[in-house]
Design a protein around this ligand. Structure first.
Ligand SMILES: Nc1nc2c(ncn2[C@@H]2O[C@H](COP(=O)(O)OP(=O)(O)OP(=O)(O)O)[C@@H](O)[C@H]2O)c(=O)[nH]1
Ligand SMILES: [Mg+2]
Length: 419
C-alpha cells in the first residue's frame, strides 16, 4: 500500500501543528504522524506554533510560513500537512508561499479512507465525503494529495477548466447520493430481517487501531485485515458467533473512531455507523496500552451518544492487556473486561459479560415501583430501553431485558410480548 512518487522515492511530508490551545497538541501531533504513515507518506519532522487563533490568510504566522518555505526547499519536502482544517484561501496561500502541495488533517483522513475502502458502499461513502470537502478547495494549483496518487486536483488548470471540474464534481456528488440511498435501503431491509428473525447483533466499536478486527478474527476466524495502521477497516463485516450458553449472535466489526473525525465522514458513513450503534450489545474496545486510552474512550462514548446509543448495553473492553500488566487509572475501569485479543486472555470473561447482557428477544413492558430505584438503574444501564414514563405507581419501561435480569424483573412485568 506504500505510495511512491513516480514509482521511486517515498513522498516526504513536513507536519505543521498549529497549537491554538483547543486540543492537546502533543497527542494530536503523535496521531498525525500515524495518519501520515497510514497514508503511505514519510513524516520528515514537525513544526509546532503556539498562537491564540489561526491567521486568516496562512493559519500559522507569516514569519513561520517563510521559514517553512525555505525548509521545504532545503530538504526537498514534497508535502505539507497541517493538523487542522484549512479554509480554501489558507490552502491556496500556503501552497503559493511554500511552493509545495499542502493537505490538512481532514484531507489526509479522507485520503486514507479512499485508499482503504474495499466494498462498493465503502468506496462510494469515502468518495462522497472527499468530493464534498474538496469542491470549495479546488484551485488546482499544486494538486494537494495527488502527489500521493489518486488526488482530484491537477496542476494549474485555467478558470474555465475549474468551472467544468466543479460542475462535473457536483454531478458526481448527486449520483453518489443516489447510489448510496439505494444501498442504504438494502441495508435497512437486511437489518429489519435480522430483527424480525430475532437475530441478536453484537457490535465491536472503538478507537481506530484498538484491536477490533483482531478480536473479531480471534472469536470467529473471520480473516479480517488487522494491521498496525489507522483505519485498516472501513467496511463492516458480520460473522456468526456461538456463545458458551449456545446462543448464536451476529458479531459486527466496523470502522473505528478518531478524535475530530471530519463531519463529512460521519455523514457519509452514517448508515455504517448506525448499523453498529443499533446493535443489541455494543463492545467498546479500547487499547489499554495506549497512554491516551482514557481520551480514546471518551471520543468513542461521545460518538456513540451522538449516534443515539443511549439506552443500549455497552461493555467497555480493555484490550492489549498483554502489553500492560497493571492498569491503574481509567474511566469505567470497574465495569471493564480486560482481555488480550492476541493471546486470548480474558476472552471467557468477555463472552460471559456479553451473554449476561443479551436481550430476551421480545420487548416487554414493566412497571417498577420507585422503591426499586436500584433495579430501575440496572435496567437502564444494561438493557435496550425503548420507552420510559413516570407514572404515579412507578416507572413504566418498555425494554428488551438481558437474561441476567430476567429473574429480578419477573414480578413487575405488565405486558410480556409487545411484538
Ligand atoms: N499486543 C497486542 N497487540 C494487539 C492486540 N490486539 C490487536 N493488536 C494489534 O494492534 C494493531 C491493530 O489491530 P486491529 O485489529 O487492526 O485494530 P482495529 O481496531 O481493527 O483498527 P482499525 O480497523 O484500523 O480501526 C495490530 O497490529 C494488532 O496486531 C492485543 O491484544 N495485544
Ligand atoms: Mg479493523
Amino acid at each position: 500500500m506504500e505510495m511512491h512518487e513516480n514509482g521511486a522515492r517515498r513522498v516526504t511530508a513536513l507536519l505543521i501543528e498549529p497549537d491554538f490551545g483547543q486540543w492537546d497538541a502533543k497527542s494530536s501531533l503523535a496521531e498525525l504522524y500515524a495518519l501520515t504513515r497510514s497514508a503511505g507518506a514519510e513524516p520528515f519532522g514537525a513544526i509546532t506554533q503556539k498562537r491564540p487563533s489561526p491567521d486568516s490568510a496562512t493559519c500559522v504566522g507569516r514569519g513561520i510560513m517563510e521559514q517553512v518555505a525555505n525548509f521545504c526547499k532545503e530538504y526537498d519536502i514534497d508535502l505539507l500537512i497541517f493538523d487542522c482544517e484549512l479554509s480554501p484561501t489558507q490552502l491556496r496561500n500556503i501552497e503559493n508561499i511554500s511552493g509545495v502541495s499542502t493537505a490538512d488533517r481532514t484531507m489526509l483522513i479522507l485520503y486514507i479512507f479512499a485508499l482503504n475502502a474495499k466494498s462498493r458502499e465503502g468506496r462510494l461513502q469515502a468518495e462522497l465525503a472527499r468530493l464534498k470537502y474538496m469542491l470549495p478547495r479546488l484551485s488546482g494549483q499544486h494538486g494537494g494529495l495527488s502527489r500521493l496518487g489518486g488526488g482530484i486536483g491537477t496542476r494549474g488548470p485555467g478558470e474555465s477548466k475549474l468551472e467544468t471540474d466543479r460542475r462535473h464534481i457536483r454531478r458526481r456528488i448527486d449520483s453518489l447520493n443516489c447510489q448510496l440511498e439505494e444501498l442504504e435501503k438494502r441495508r435497512d431491509q437486511t437489518s429489519r430481517r435480522r430483527k424480525k428473525e430475532g437475530i441478536i447483533t453484537v457490535a465491536l466499536v472503538g478507537y481506530t487501531n484498538s484491536g477490533k478486527s483482531t478480536l473479531m478474527n480471534f472469536l470467529t476466524n473471520a480473516g479480517v485485515l488487522a494491521e498496525d495502521r489507522l483505519f485498516a477497516t472501513l467496511d463492516p463485516t458480520a460473522r456468526a458467533l456461538k456463545l458458551p450458553c449456545g446462543e448464536r449472535v451476529m458479531l459486527i466489526d466496523t470502522v473505528g473512531f478518531l478524535r475530530r473525525l471530519p463531519h463529512q465522514l460521519i455523514e457519509a458513513f452514517h448508515s455504517t455507523l448506525e448499523m453498529a450503534a443499533s446493535a443489541d450489545v455494543i463492545l467498546n474496545v479500547c487499547d489499554a496500552s495506549n497512554p491516551e486510552a482514557p481520551a480514546h474512550l471518551k471520543v468513542t462514548n461521545d460518538t456513540l451518544s451522538s449516534l443515539g446509543c443511549a439506552g443500549r448495553p455497552i461493555i467497555p473492553v480493555l484490550n492489549k492487556c498483554d502489553l500492560v500488566p497493571e492498569i491503574k487509572s481509567m474511566p469505567m475501569i470497574g465495569q471493564a473486561v480486560r482481555i488480550s485479543a492476541k493471546t486470548g486472555d480474558g476472552i471467557d470473561s468477555l463472552l460471559n459479560a456479553t451473554e449476561a447482557r443479551l436481550p430476551i428477544s421480545d420487548p416487554i413492558e414493566l412497571l417498577v415501583p420507585y422503591s426499586e430505584a436500584t433495579l430501575t438503574e440496572c435496567i437502564r444501564s444494561c438493557s435496550a430501553v425503548k420507552k420510559e414514563e413516570f407514572t404515579p405507581e412507578g416507572c413504566l419501561l418498555t425494554a428488551r431485558i438481558p437474561h441476567s435480569l430476567a429473574g429480578r424483573v419477573k414480578k413487575y412485568i405488565v405486558k410480556s410480548s409487545l411484538r
